[in-house]
Design a protein. Sequence first.
Length: 550
Amino acid sequence: MARTTANPVPPKLTVVAAEDDDGPPTDADIKAVKDDVGADKKGGAAAATRALQDSLVFFIDQYGALRLEVHRSSGRTDCPHADSEDAADYIRSKLQSALGAGKTVTQGAVDAVIQGGRANARAEQLRRQVHMRAANDGGEVVIDTANNSGERIRVSASGYRVEAQGTTLFHRGSGIGVLPQPTQVTAQQGYEILSKFASAHGVRCGDIPVYAIVLTEYLRPGTPHPILELVGPAGARKSTMARATVSIFDPTQNGEIPSTGINEPDVMAAASNRYALHADNVSKLSADNQDLTCRISTGGELSARRLYSQRETESIHVQRPQVYTSITSIFTRSDARSRTQTIALTPPRTGYKSESDVRREFKDGHPDLLGAVCALLSVGLGNLAAVKAQRHYSHRMADFEQLGEAVHQALGQKAGWFGEILAARRQADATVIAEGDLVLVGVLKVLDKWEADTKLRHASKPTGRAIARDGVCVWEDSGTRFTVATTTRWLQAVCQAMPFDQREQPPTSERALKHAIDHRTPTLEALGLRVQAAKANDRNAIVFSRKVAQ
C-alpha cells in the first residue's frame, strides 16, 4: 500500500514593528526636519553676524558718512565708506571665515552687519576725523604715503622724517598712488632741485619762486590753495608738466592724472577719491564754474541729494589743490584771478623726449622732488610766526604770501621780496583784465576824467550835502586822492563811457552797477584803487581812493 505525504503548511508570519521604525516619514515630518536644519543655519549665521558686529569698528566722519575701520593683513589701516564695495568685500571675507568653508555668505548678512554698525555708531555718537593725503597734527603736517605698511611723512619746523602708522586716519580713494621715501635735503638744495625741474619743463626763471611755493602750499592742509594755471602754445608740454606737478604729492597707481569736470557733481565725486583736482586742455570756463573754483580754493561745502533718496543729502568740504592747463588764460573773473597763479610754459628748444624717457626720469627723481617740497615746507613752518608779525597782510591769499615770505626769507631773501613778486603779478593780471572788461574800461575812464577836472576839486572833504548837490567831488588827504559821486551819477557816466559791445550790456540800474563794481574789487585793488559805499545826504554814493605821488 502506497504511503502518501501531506504538503507541509507554512507557518503564519507576523510583522513585528521595530522600536526605531515608525514607518515611512510623512510630509509633515520632512518639513519639520528641514525647518530644524534651516533654524540651525540661521542661528549660526545670526550668531556670526552678531559676533562680527561686535568686533568691527564703525564710525561717522566729519561729513556725516558712515565708515568702517579696516585692518589690512599688511598692517595698514584704512577707513572706506561703509556702503562701498571695499567695505562689503571686507565684511564678506570676515563672515566667510566665521561660518567656515562651504557656507554661503548672502548679501543680506553683509547688509545686516552694516545696518547694525550704523545704528551703533549713531547711538554711541562715534565720530572721527578722516583726511585725504595730508593732515594737521599739532602744528605739524602728516602726509600719507599710501604704502602697504601705512607709513607717513611728518614735516615739522625741525625737519621731516618717515614714521610708522599713527592714529590719524586717511581715506585712500581708488587708484591712489604710493609716495616714495623722500630724500633728505636742505632747503637750499630743495629749491635748486625744484628750480632745475621747473626749468626743464619750460617754466621761466621769474616764475620759479612762485611755482615752488605753490607746490609747498599744496601740502599744507587747512589753508586756501592757489589755483595753478599752466598756459602755453601747442607743444609747450602743458599736460606733461601738470601730470608731473600733481604726481609729486598725489600720484596715481598708473601714473596718469584723471581730468575732472568743473561742476559740483563731478567735483564732489573726484574730491571723494582724489586729493588734487586737475582739468586738462580747458578752453573756457563759465562764470559759474569760475566761482566754483574759487570755493574749491578757499574752502567750501558742497552737497547733493543721495541716490535713491528724496530727503537725505551727502556733503563734503572741498579745499583742494587745482591744476589746469590751457592755451590762453581761462580765469577772467576778478575773484578767480585773485586766487590764480598763471605759469607760462615755453616749448623745448632741444626737441622732445620720448614718453617712456620722461616717465622714467620722473620716477628716478621723484624722491628728490618730494624731499625738496618737504624741506621748503619745514623751513616755512619754522619761520611762519616771525613773518606773520612783520606786517599786516590784506590780500585774500595771505596764507600763500606768508608761506612764500617765510620760505624765501629762510633762503636769504629780504623781507617783502616774495610779496613784491605777487603784487607785481596781481597788477599785471589786473591790467590785462581791465583792458578786456568793458565795465572796468568805463569805470576807469570816468574816474580818470573826474580826477583831471579841476572844477571838481575840494580843498578838504566836502559835506554830504555838497556831494549830493554837485554829484561828484574830488579831494586829497594825506597822500590819498578821493573821488566820490552819487550812484546815480556813476551809472550815467559809466554807461556813456563804456564801449559798445553786444556781448556785454551796460548796467541797467544802480544796484546792477554796485554789484558789478563789487565783483571787480580784487582787480581794482590790484590796480591800486580802493572802493567803498557811502552816504551823501541820504543818497547812495560810491567812493574811490588811491595813493598819489607827493
